[in-house]
Design a binder for this molecule. Structure first.
Ligand code: SAH
Length: 252
C-alpha cells in the first residue's frame, strides 16, 4: 500500500510557533524529512519510533539536491510510509512545494498540507512592523531576491509601488541589485526599509535602513541569512499632485 505525504509548515524557528495540527502530524509520521532552517526542538514532537532524515540544502545548491529529495520521498511513499516533510515557515511560500506535491500526485499517494507561520509575518510580529496600514499601505507583496533563472528575476520596481509593503525573501546577497534596480526606476532612496535576521530565535536582530543604504547597511551590520527585507512605500511618501475632486455635475 502507498504511504502518505504530509507537508508541514514549521514556522520560522521557535517551536511554540508550530500549529497544534503541525505538532500532531509530526507525531503521527513514521519518517520525518527535515530542512536546514527547521530547529532541532521541533523534532522532539516526532514519535520515538520514527526515522529522522536530514535533507537540508542551501538555496545556492541549485536543483540537483531537490531531485534527490524527490526520489527519497518517492521511495518512502512506495514503501508505504507515512512521511512528514518539515519545511520552515509555510510550505507554499518559497518551499519547493510544487515539486514535492507532484511526487505524491504522480504516485497517487494521499497528501495533506499543514500551513505554517511564514518568516515575513513572524518578522512583522516580532518587530512590530505592520505590513498593511490604513490609508498608507493597502497591499502586501512577497517576493524573492533570488530566482532560478538570473535573467528572469522579479521586476521589483513593478511590485514596489506607492501604498505597498514588499517583503523580500533570500535577498541578503542581492541587496545591491535590489537597491539599484528600484532606484533606477524612480523609487525614492529615502524609503524606510529593515532587515530582520533570525526571526523566532534568541538572536533575532532588526537593522533599520533606507533604500539608498540597503547594501551598505547590510555589509556594515553584517546582516546574514536567514533574513527578511521589508521595504515600505507609504502613500504619503509620494509627491503626487493632488487633483481636486470634480464639482457636482461635472464629468471627467
Ligand atoms: N517557506 C519559508 C521560506 C523559505 S525560503 C517561509 O515561509 O518562511 C528561505 C528564506 O526564508 C530565507 O532566505 C529568509 O529570507 C527567509 N527565512 C526563513 N526563516 C527565517 C528566519 N528565521 N528569519 C528570517 N528570515 C527567514
Amino acid at each position: 500500500m502507498l504511504g502518505k505525504l504530509t507537508l508541514i509548515g514549521c514556522g520560522p524557528g521557535a517551536s511554540d510557533l508550530l500549529t497544534i495540527r503541525a505538532a500532531r502530524r509530526i507525531g503521527e509520521a513514521d519518517i520525518v524529512f527535515h530542512d536546514r532552517l527547521v530547529e532541532a526542538d521541533v523534532l522532539e514532537f516526532a514519535s520515538p519510533a520514527a526515522t529522522l532524515q536530514y535533507v537540508g540544502k542551501k538555496c545556492t545548491d541549485g536543483g540537483r539536491q531537490q531531485t534527490d529529495i524527490n526520489s527519497m520521498l518517492r521511495g518512502a511513499l512506495l514503501a508505504g510510509r507515512h512521511v512528514a516533510r518539515l519545511k520552515s515557515g509555510d510550505p507554499m511560500i518559497f518551499g519547493r512545494a510544487a515539486e514535492e506535491i507532484a511526487v505524491a500526485v504522480e504516485l497517487g499517494a494521499e497528501i495533506e498540507i499543514v500551513p505554517g507561520v511564514t518568516a515575513a509575518l513572524a518578522a512583522a510580529a516580532e518587530c512590530s512592523i505592520p505590513v498593511t496600514e490604513r490609508a498608507e499601505l493597502q497591499s502586501f507583496v512577497v517576493t524573492t531576491g533570488r530566482s532560478a533563472n538570473k535573467d528572469k528575476e522579479p521586476d521589483w520596481a513593478n511590485l514596489l509601488k506607492p501604498g505597498i509593503c514588499v517583503a523580500f525573501y533570500m535577498s541578503v546577497a542581492q541587496a545591491w541589485r535590489i537597491q539599484t534596480a528600484l532606484m533606477a526606476r524612480g523609487v525614492p532612496g529615502s524609503l524606510q526599509a529593515e532587515w530582520v535576521e533570525n526571526v523566532g530565535k534568541p538572536d533575532c536582530r532588526r537593522v533599520e535602513t533606507r533604500l539608498d543604504r540597503l547594501a551598505l547597511d547590510a555589509r556594515q551590520h553584517r546582516v546574514r541569512n536567514p533574513a527578511i527585507l521589508f521595504i515600505r512605500y507609504p502613500l504619503s511618501a509620494t509627491n503626487v499632485e493632488v487633483i481636486p475632486a470634480p464639482a457636482d455635475g461635472m464629468t471627467i
